[in-house]
Ligand binder design. Sequence first.
Ligand code: PEP
Ligand code: MN
Length: 342
Amino acid sequence: MIIVMKKNATQEQIARTVEWIESVGYRPHPSHGVERTIIGAVGDARVPEYIKVIEQLSGVEKAIPILKPYKLASREFRGDDTVIQAGYVEIGGPRFVVVAGPCAIEGEEQIMESAYIAKKGGADILRGGAFKPRTSPYSFQGMGEEGLKLLRRAGDSVGLPVITEVLNTEEADIVAEYADILQIGARNVQNFALLKRVGKSKKPVLLKRGMMTTIEELLMSAEYILSSGNDKVILCERGIRTFETATRNTLDISAVPVLKDLTHLPVMVDPSHAAGAWKLVLPLSRGALAVGADGIMIEMHPRPEQAVSDGMQSLKPERYYAFMDEIRKIEGLIRPLSEVGR
Ligand code: PEP
Ligand code: MN
């Protein structure tokens, strides 16, 4: 339910409406626009008939039911695009945001070099996994807290915000201590305990679509984070499982405009994990930019042939520089307000 306040509603009327929403067992999510305040009231799906009496409260213009199963994530709840701040970087604004870095943090030299290369090429955010969700328990599992410290130091040394994955609820606090953005990986997209946990964090969350989740399920997962109190959610399409075997996963490029229609949240694309091959990263990134994604996350490594994970899909430095030149050029054509090369 969306409660639209009158244009001239007073602070007191808004406060009383919020109290009333709480008194009937719903959670209020006020959103103060330039013109007026609207309040999302979410809770039990069985909306009691009497909630309609809220229209009788002074200062309330009307109450509109949200028909979609996700509420706070929907365009009905917020018409304008949400812009999320991570350090000095804005995600969801005019700038096409590029996140670049290795799959995993492997050591001090590797992540420091990666940070330097990422910055030199013009990326906005540095990535690197410290807790890795590996298909095999025998594969490298990540450097843990030591890796988080190195990532933070590497980001700070070149002035880039950092993103890294949170694998489970126990590590949420420690990751939030070091990272500017918390990443929820494809395999955890429906780990509801983890979603609720990062929903309590003040840090932005990049939520990856699972290999087997529909767009609606992805939005329901975002709703878990939003309804737990964190309104800074970025969605990320990273390929889904289909019958096709030529690529690691199938990048669902249509998910971008579909999501842009259904939600106000920023939408990013990870072509590296979708394709599993460095050669496809540029064409898929061009596609992401052209269909209106707010940014991309790509894997880059100083020496991909020595990478402990995902070397096949990681760009080596020279390729990464050429890649960034081309992406920023196309960005200048497609998004003229983006201050390319800032
Ligand atoms: C990653 O970005 O490091 C990763 C593991 O990706 P995904 O969760 O999309 O597989
Ligand atoms: Mn990877």
